[in-house]
Write a protein that binds this ligand. Structure first.
Ligand code: PEP
Ligand code: MG
Length: 549
């Protein structure tokens, strides 16, 4: 028997189910024998203790878990919630019941909003359970710890639980609630845990059931046959060896090369990228070097950073992006005047042109580093929105001694005029994070519109296709350097749309390399056309997933 949900990543696992314990029973709604003040003091103390405990878990877990748990600790400290608790205590309720009711009210409100906010509802439930458990002096329901490795099945996992999972024991996660942007999904991705979320039938799984969890297909196979177990064991072994030993350059099954490059923010990260099989750098985010600076960095200071980076990739292609200031990446020395809509403001290349000496200094530092090292340096400009900007940047970079100068395609206007933009540039690199933000008009920093931020959206893919076609017609390379390239299946679709290289965070390289090797260019093109014919991101993903099966 098979159940399906949304797989996170590419891994698979075989094991026995252990279910997360059921939540605590709802506290009784009987009148309190204490005064409202006493109950108020108990509630306040437990809310504070739970906030401190959650924060401590975040500090121990680190990574993105820290931010997630910090946000959850704030829920326990929310003044509106505690005002709600106080109102209920004034009606003679116990602290347990007042906390339970106040959180339930907020939870229902979030759930009714749906999307990203709806997926935060489980986080509120978790805080509520922890506070009620603390008030009642019982342990909060948490991840069980049997002696043997297991597949954890839950309605949804609280960030506080996911963050500190024992990865030697938990082979995979299966949840009945939660979507691709739930915290379970975010943290599973971060920790590379095999996970399938939103498996609505998972509630029928029992402790001790044997299951195969295959994140690549989103399938949970219950009570598998010996043949199914043997096939899954082979797949697990193949994936483990592919990850452990990156073999050869990225290529499709028919041999079409697709160089796999790394997105980096510092030269220090280069070694790890090389170990993981990066064939070069597809996006070096130079603004990350100077986020704390109050004044523009000097040519010498920059030259030091760039030289170190280039030395890590002798003979390899390294694409460096000039400073991309603005919105999510503010640089006070480039654009510090307040703007109402910074994502639509004086950012990227626009900010550099307004401070041309900073751009000249950076290109000079890059040219000097290039002259002193052996790698193949390419430079590119962020947030290009007109043909004239492409012409300006390419000419300036060439004048300052850089051989290869291109533009990022992150704004729909640049994608729509890709043929003319590419006629003025040596290459294009598509930043799918911003391209998705601007195509769907959905702020990439805003949780409430996160469901719109999906690069599988056919509108985004159509724009990628425009750039791919222009690149092919003019014989110009077209790279992808947004998060989309790190989604193995989407990576195949992007190649089908004309991408010639893919750049991603180094952790994603092995899975993308393995996925590309499964399909020919003709197949990639077929998948691309299926995705383009869909009406939504969800339909596009589903159509291609069905086709590969
Ligand atoms: C992008 O926008 O996709 C991109 C790669 O650039 P950044 O994420 O740094 O804005
Ligand atoms: Mg960008």
């Amino acid at each position: 028997m098979q159940m399906t949900g949304v797989g996170i990543g590419r891994g698979s696992a075989i094991g026995q189910v252990v279910r997360m314990p059921e939540p605590l029973p709802d506290p009784q709604d009987s009148p309190s024998s204490r005064s409202a003040e006493d109950e108020g003091a108990r509630a306040a103390a437990s809310l504070a203790a739970v906030a401190a405990d959650i924060r401590d878990r975040g500090a121990r877990a680190g990574g993105s878990a820290k931010n997630v748990l910090e946000a959850q600790a704030f829920m326990a400290e929310d003044p509106t919630l505690s005002a709600d608790v106080t109102t209920r205590l004034a009606d003679g309720k116990t602290a347990e019941r007042a906390v339970f009711e106040a959180f339930a009210g907020f939870r229902d409100m979030l759930r009714s909003m749906g999307g990203y906010m709806g997926e935060r509802a489980a986080d509120l439930d978790d805080v509520s359970q922890r506070v009620v458990a603390h008030l009642s002096g019982v342990p909060a329901p948490g991840v069980p710890s049997p002696e043997h490795p297991f597949i954890l099945v839950a309605r949804d996992l609280a960030p506080a639980d996911t963050a500190l999972l024992d990865l030697d024991k938990v082979l995979a996660l299966v949840t009945s609630d939660g979507g691709p942007t739930s915290h379970t999904a975010i943290l599973a991705r971060d920790k590379a845990i095999v996970a399938i979320v939103g498996v609505s039938e998972a509630s029928s799984l029992s402790d001790g059931d044997t299951v195969i969890v295959d994140a690549a297909t989103g399938a949970v196979t219950v009570s598998p046959t010996d043949d199914e177990i043997a096939a899954a064991e082979r797949a697990i072994a193949e994936r483990e060896s592919a990850i452990a030993a990156p073999t050869g350059p990225g290529a499709l099954a028919d041999g079409t090369p697709v160089p796999l490059l790394a997105n980096l923010g510092s030269a220090a990260a280069a070694e790890d990228a090389v170990t993981k099989g990066a064939e070069g750098v597809g996006l070096f985010r130079t603004e990350f070097l100077f986020l704390d600076s109050n004044s523009a960095p000097t040519v010498e200071e920059q030259q030091g950073h760039y030289t170190k980076l280039l030395q890590a990739f002798p003979g390899k292609k390294v694409v460096v992006r000039v400073l991309d200031a603005g919105a999510d990446k503010p640089l006070s020395f480039l654009n510090d005047s307040p703007e109402e809509n910074p994502a639509l403001g004086l950012r990227g290349l626009r900010a550099l042109r307004a401070n041309e000496q900073i751009l000249r200094d950076q290109l000079t530092a890059l040219a000097n580093a290039d002259a002193a090292t052996e790698s193949d340096l390419w430079v590119m400009a962020p947030m290009v929105s007109t043909v004239e900007e492409a012409r300006y940047f390419t000419a300036l970079a060439h004048d300052l001694g850089l051989r290869t100068a291109g533009v990022m395609v992150e704004v729909p206007s640049a994608a729509l005029l890709a043929d003319r933009i590419l006629a003025e540039s040596d290459f294009a690199s598509i930043g799918t994070n911003d391209l998705t933000q601007y195509t769907l008009a959905a702020d990439r920093l805003l949780g409430s519109v996160a469901s719109f931020q999906d690069p599988w959206h056919p509108a985004v893919l159509r724009l990628v296709g425009e750039v791919g076609a222009a690149g092919a017609a003019l014989d110009r390379p077209v790279g992808i350097c947004g998060e989309a390239a790190a989604d193995p299946l989407l990576a195949v679709v992007l190649v089908g749309l004309g991408a010639t290289t893919l750049s991603m965070s180094p952790a994603a390289l092995a899975d993308v390399r393995a996925e590309l090797a499964r399909f020919t260019l003709d197949q990639a093109k077929q998948f691309a056309s299926l995705a383009l014919s869909a009406n939504s991101a969800v339909e596009a993903r589903a159509a291609v997933t069905a086709a590969i099966q």
